[in-house]
Design a protein around this ligand. Structure first.
Ligand SMILES: *[C@@H]1O[C@H](CO)[C@@H](O)[C@H](O)[C@H]1NC(C)=O
Ligand SMILES: *[C@@H]1O[C@H](CO)[C@@H](O)[C@H](O)[C@H]1NC(C)=O
Ligand SMILES: CC(=O)N[C@H]1CO[C@H](CO)[C@@H](O)[C@@H]1O
Length: 840
């Protein structure tokens, strides 16, 4: 009895203590000239960006677990003002905007968080994260010493800081947030704002300090960041960066793991070798905090893609792919680097360092502390492998690589030697049968009936307005005008053209209720003029122009003022070779925001009126399409293959999965099937997908799908496309391959719902070639294939110690034999039957 009671009391006490541990134990985050310190101890911090609105709340735990398993100890995110305050004074923290839940998910995994409040975020996000209504407040000027702007910024930052404080989320309160950021890369553009820019930076620093959050603030790309703000570096490489004070650590807040994709652009890749090189070199040269931008890029759902012309996918070639799968070998190669860096944390952060310059861009750095030392051999030469003699031992360091020797004797890691597996992902069509489509034309395209503009007019003005007047509640804004053509008018009775000048991005012309013509801008060239032959009535005429945007600018000085939409409209007649124009820009223009179908929520699964079931009209612009599809069984990520469509938006069960534009092909030139990791990275260096649709597959997160039921897919097709080609697909690993040197282990893993079903190739000796095309070398062990089959077949994953004792003798007489394996992953029957993880 007594014992039992005691045990219960102990259990209760333990429970209390563990709760107290989680909820209340504050830590002291500070910094010195070497590192961020936590409770006085210098830390090696490895951080990765995951932007919460670019996935769903249900995906967060798995993404963060994979980040933790990949060796990160910090998750970094921006805060997205436009999502949190969609209308002035109306806040939203639901669904994938539940910031508190996101930070608590990080906390539950035992990781730290860095909160980049901004509120300017850049991030290839619509309007850099600013709500567009902000632009329409009188007398406002963004990101400068402007009291109207500063009042709004302060209100929002205060709202976020108070929310975090209320939930005890700062480390000083026992929460996970160890660092916060105010503004973002302002130093890049500050000069353009003159004295007011300098005042603004000071104001930002003072504002941040005034919150007393108890953790350090960072300003990235801000060399004049006032104390105690830490200035940090963003870029491809930050090894040469110096903070602006000896008392501040060398921090790298954005190390770009890849690059973003734009409509019309190819698919960029940055190799695992080059990312690892940049990171290892940063720590070699004194860095102690670095962040991968992005660690998981994710998806620009709805209309959140910025740019303009950023694609819906924000995969970024990040270590976790858009759907949350491991992007191998990048994820695994960096995981091993993180393990090595953490194993030398003490000597790295406490030790003194000594550099030995070998010339030819080859440097050895020795960190020493308390009788221990750790070495980095960095070869920044883009062409030559270099052999050095270090303490009477010869070491060869491949070109553009860093070797890490935690004991200054044995190389444990080299950034150019990838032991992690390569996973080849495939899209598998789920349903072979075609979907049944319903269709409905967009209504009220003529816009004017009996001299009256149909529907709700937003405003009327005797001039052409920037499309942002409508606060960006839709991609579309109608510009509508009417005029009388009188006898005697210089253009009366001639062949006429309508000339429309727009600053972007898409334009459709309707005259007297008839569709005339369309055009769109190419990436990077948003201003264009369209001319169309028209016929006018002898008396009254109506012109309706539909202007569409594809995400608003997010970068550059004064980007907020970049105009979008129509700025000039003329009627042009040719007479005897001379042009006579009539400018109607200053007519009375009526403005209407959004499409009729958007305003009545045609995309809602409950919208059942007006759909036609027969005589499907394909390849026609301004069409709504609707279909039903079943959720694929299994747990693989679901995507829609939208090949065959033109441009528009897609909704699944009422959730906007983003803009689609498969008819916009990536340019033909510049791609390459091979990629040399050596030499400085540029976004155009290792690209693929030339000549194909810029984006063909669109992510549908499980949260948007009904479990084992029918789902409603609605498309708005703006250009004209064929919905018959639309398919549901899943994404999974089809093959894995890997190569590892003797003395290391070779790990192979299919996804959790898969097994290794076939070994296509296994060779121990001197195998040649790349993943997918391995070949036998001149010598090998005859047992290797049998051993590999025994250890791996039928298993989800296997690990093989690469050694003659395991794999049999080779008699190759080379310094190090290698094992290469190429294997097939197959989905297992039991998981086929498993239900999806989430439900609505
Ligand atoms: C926090 O840590 C820093 C650096 O170790 C130290 O200077 C400071 O006094 C500590 N603050 C508190 C409140 O303990
Ligand atoms: C746009 O936002 C501003 C600022 O909140 C507001 O004053 C204005 O009425 C809005 N305009 C429209 C068309 O909704
Ligand atoms: C801000 C920054 O560090 N930018 C660098 C990004 O990488 C390119 C290419 O290496 C450099 O030229 C930039 O200076």
């Amino acid at each position: 009895m007594i014992m039992g009671k005691m045990r219960r009391i102990t259990a209760l006490l333990l429970l209390c203590f563990s709760l107290i541990n989680i909820a209340i134990e504050a830590v002291n985050v500070s910094y010195d000239g070497r590192a961020i310190t936590i409770d006085g101890k210098r830390k090696v911090l490895l951080s990765g960006s995951i932007h919460y609105p670019r996935s769903t709340a249900e995906m967060w735990p798995s993404l963060i677990q994979k980040a933790k398993e990949g060796g990160l100890n910090v998750i970094e995110t921006y805060v997205f003002w436009d999502g949190h305050e969609p209308q002035q004074g109306q806040y939203n923290f639901n669904g994938n905007y539940d910031l508190v839940r996101f930070i608590k998910t990080i906390q539950n995994e035992g990781l730290y968080a860095m909160l980049r409040i901004g509120p300017y975020v850049c991030a290839e996000w619509n309007y850099g994260g600013f709500p567009v209504w902000l632009h329409n407040i009188p007398n406002i000027e963004f990101r400068t010493n402007n009291p109207v702007y500063q009042a709004e910024m302060k209100k929002f930052v205060t709202y976020i800081v108070d929310l975090m404080k209320r939930e005890n989320l700062f480390a000083s309160q026992g929460g996970p947030i160890i660092l916060a950021q105010i503004e973002n890369e302002y130093g890049n553009i500050m000069d353009k704002y003159g004295e007011n820019g300098k005042k603004y930076v000071k104001w930002c620093a003072n504002l941040a300090e005034s919150y007393h959050i108890g953790v350090p603030w960072v300003m990235c790309q801000q060399n004049d960041a006032p104390d105690p703000m830490i200035n940090a570096c963003n870029g491809w490489y930050c090894d040469q960066f110096r903070p602006n004070s000896q008392n501040k650590p060398k921090m790298w807040t954005e190390n770009w793991t890849g690059w973003f994709k734009n409509w019309g652009g190819p698919l960029p890749h940055r190799t695992a070798e080059d990312v690892a090189f940049a990171v290892a070199r940063f720590y070699q040269l004194g860095g102690t905090f670095q962040n991968y931008y992005m660690y998981h890029g994710g998806t620009n759902f709805g209309r959140t893609a910025g740019g303009p012309y950023m694609t819906t996918s924000y995969d970024y070639d990040a270590p976790l792919d858009e759907y949350g799968n491991l992007n191998q070998p990048k994820w695994g190669h960096l995981k091993r680097l993180h393990e090595v860096l953490k194993s030398i944390e003490t000597v790295l952060t406490m030790g003194s360092s000594r550099h030995v310059d070998y010339g030819n861009q080859m440097t050895a750095t020795v960190y020493s502390y308390a009788g221990q030392s750790a070495c980095f051999f960095g070869n920044a030469n883009p062409k030559d492998d270099i052999t050095i003699n270090f303490e009477n031992i010869q070491y060869t360091v491949p070109a553009w690589s860093v070797s890490i020797l935690p004991d200054c004797n044995k190389e444990i890691y080299n950034t150019a030697k990838v032991n992690a597996q390569t996973s080849i992902m495939v899209y598998k069509n789920d349903e072979s049968k075609r979907m049944n489509w319903q269709w409905m034309p967009e209504k009220n395209l003529d816009q004017v009936e009996n001299g009256r503009v149909l529907g709700d007019v937003l405003m009327t003005a005797p001039k052409l307005l920037d499309q942002k007047v409508a606060n960006d509640t839709s991609d579309y804004l109608w510009y509508i005008t009417s005029f009388n053509l009188k006898k005697g008018d210089p253009i009366y009775g001639h062949d006429l053209k309508l000339r429309v000048k727009t600053k972007g991005h898409i334009l459709h012309i309707f005259v007297n209720g008839e569709y005339i013509s369309s055009d769109y801008a190419d990436y990077g060239q948003y201003s264009f003029t369209i001319e169309a032959s028209i016929k006018l009535n002898p008396d009254k005429n109506d012109i309706a122009l539909l202007s569409g945007t594809v995400g608003l600018a997010n970068y550059g000085a004064y980007f907020d003022k970049v105009q979008v939409g129509i700025y000039g409209v003329e009627l042009v007649s040719q007479r005897d070779g001379t042009e006579v124009t009539k400018d109607i820009s200053h007519n009375v223009w009526h403005y209407k925001a959004g499409l009729h179908g958007e305003n009545v929520k045609t995309y809602s699964p409950n919208f059942n009126k007006g759909w036609f079931t027969d005589g499907l009209q394909a390849d026609k612009p301004f069409m709504w399409y609707k279909s039903i599809f079943r959720t694929p069984i299994g747990t693989d990520p679901v995507v829609l293959d939208l090949k065959g469509l033109g441009k528009g938006q897609a909704w699944v069960n009422g959730n906007n999965i983003g803009r689609y534009w498969p008819s916009y092909l990536a340019g033909e030139k510049g791609c390459s099937s091979t990629c040399d990791y050596r030499g400085s990275y540029r976004p155009d260096k290792c690209t693929t997908n030339c000549g194909n649709p810029t984006q063909r597959w669109y992510h549908v997160p499980d949260t948007f799908l009904f479990d084992g039921q029918d789902n409603t897919l609605v498309l708005f097709e703006e250009q004209g496309g064929n919905p018959f080609e639309v398919k549901v697909a899943t994404v999974d690993i089809s093959r894995v391959c890997a190569k590892a040197y003797e003395g290391h282990s070779l790990d192979l893993a299919c996804n959790e719902n898969q097994v290794i079903s076939e070994i296509k190739f296994a060779n121990f000796g001197v195998p040649e070639g790349e993943c997918g095309s391995y070949r036998k070398g001149h010598c090998q062990s005859s047992d290797a294939l049998t051993v590999v089959k025994r250890l791996c077949l039928g298993k989800q994953k296997c690990s093989i110690h690469v050694d003659e004792k395991v794999l049999g003798p080779t008699e190759c007489r080379v310094p190090q034999n290698k094992l290469a394996i190429d294997a097939v992953c197959d989905t297992t029957v039991s998981s086929e039957n498993r239900r999806r993880k989430y439900k609505m």
